[in-house]
Design a protein around this ligand. Structure first.
Ligand SMILES: C=C(O[C@@H]1C=C(C(=O)O)C=C[C@H]1O)C(=O)O
Length: 180
């Protein structure tokens, strides 16, 4: 726990199970990792809007508090079970630039964009355990029938020609039912 900033995201993981660690620290495409372990993978978009960013995301993306960004939220499913809740943020200027195709992505995985262009660079992953009251937790649990007390989340920036998209993924309990 970062006592100075209890709300902070961490660049290292400690005292967690090897199973969830393998998911959290894998820097490859999460979509592809799930597809390799699940025959019926699909993406379900649940929210997309030009809105103000949440919490510390404005600091992370160097945006003013009142600046609008496109927020895309999806669940990644294996069969009929949600295994990841993803929350992605693109500043308005990025929407007019290199990330303009994001708004029309629909139920295609964002990973199909991010991991096919070698010019896209990714920052190191940050991790955080989120619980009641955190906006990521409150939104991630909407599709869950059994509600855990907290969930592991990770995030990183993908940057192309100086324009970034912040991708945050919240790992849902059923992800641990997939083979490692
Ligand atoms: C970044 C990836 O894309 C995944 C799909 C997303 C989407 O479709 O919005 C968002 C984040 C990821 O869970 C990936 O597959 O690694």
């Amino acid at each position: 726990m970062n006592r100075a900033h209890p709300q902070a995201w961490h660049t290292t993981l400690s005292a967690i199970s090897p199973e969830i660690r393998q998911w959290l620290q894998d820097r490859g495409s999460l979509t592809r990792r799930i597809q390799e372990r699940c025959d019926q993978f699909y993406v379900e978009p649940v929210f997309q809007s030009l809105t103000k960013v949440y919490g510390d995301e404005s600091i992370k993306m160097k945006l003013r508090q009142d600046e609008l960004a496109l927020v895309r939220e999806v669940y990644l499913y294996c069969c009929d079970r949600p295994v990841v809740f993803a929350h992605s943020v693109v500043p308005r200027k990025g929407l007019r630039g290199v990330w303009r195709s994001l708004s029309g992505l629909g139920n295609r995985s964002l990973g199909s964009m991010l991991f096919t262009n070698p010019k896209i660079k990714r920052t190191p992953l940050e991790f955080k355990k989120v619980g009641g009251g955190h906006f990521l937790y409150e939104r991630a649990i909407i599709r869950l029938t059994t509600i855990p007390s907290n969930l592991w989340a990770r995030r990183s920036l993908f940057t192309l020609q100086g324009q970034s998209i912040l991708v945050t993924e919240v790992f849902l309990p059923d992800i641990l039912d997939l083979p490692l």
